[in-house]
Write a new protein. Structure first.
Length: 179
């Protein structure tokens, strides 16, 4: 999988959790953070990422890390945009595990590690993996990235549409009736 799908899904989570009162700068920061958090299990750190796929793609390990991060950030939740932003960032992070299960790259995702060696595999036939990093600039790589852009771009567009619809309905309710 390329980072295209992870980033677009992270942005969709960010869009859905944006506080209405947030400034443009705050909105941009939330969207950037959610886009980055969606790739957290692939960060190239020692004993993490693709070096230790079993650990970095474990639901339990990621939930523990998210809970630690939320407990550290909890006292600043109002400054950060509220609990919805923390929940949106968590959703962006966890979306990575589900998205990786859509790719038939051999073994699925060991999502239940260390409690089970079972793997979650939900392959979608048109999704392919780029086997090397950094990816080569080929037509095949471009095709894979374009498929992700179209597939996950739809999710981002749906999130934007839902957010706008919710904003319009909230705006309508908040208007004072004519006297």
């Amino acid at each position: 999988m390329t980072q295209v799908g992870h980033t677009l899904t992270g942005l969709a989570c960010g869009v859905l959790c944006l506080p209405e009162q947030a400034t443009r700068r705050q909105q941009a920061a939330i969207l950037i953070v959610c886009g980055v958090l969606a790739s957290a299990p692939d960060f190239p750190l020692p004993l993490w990422g693709h070096e230790r796929y079993d650990i970095s793609h474990s639901l339990f390990v990621n939930l523990a890390l998210i809970l630690i991060l939320i407990s550290v950030l909890w006292k600043w939740r109002a400054t950060l945009g509220g609990w919805r932003v923390l929940l949106g960032g968590s959703g962006a992070w966890l979306s990575h595990l589900l998205l990786d299960s859509f790719y038939n790259h051999g073994g699925g995702v060991g999502i239940f590690w260390p409690f089970s060696t079972a793997h979650l595999t939900l392959p979608i036939p048109w999704f392919s993996v780029i086997p090397t990093f950094p990816p080569p600039l080929t037509l095949e790589t471009a095709r894979i990235a374009l498929i992700e852009l179209v597939s996950y771009g739809v999710i981002l567009l749906l999130a934007i549409g839902l957010k706008r619809q919710r904003f319009k309905s909230t705006e309508h309710v908040c208007q004072t009736p004519p006297a």
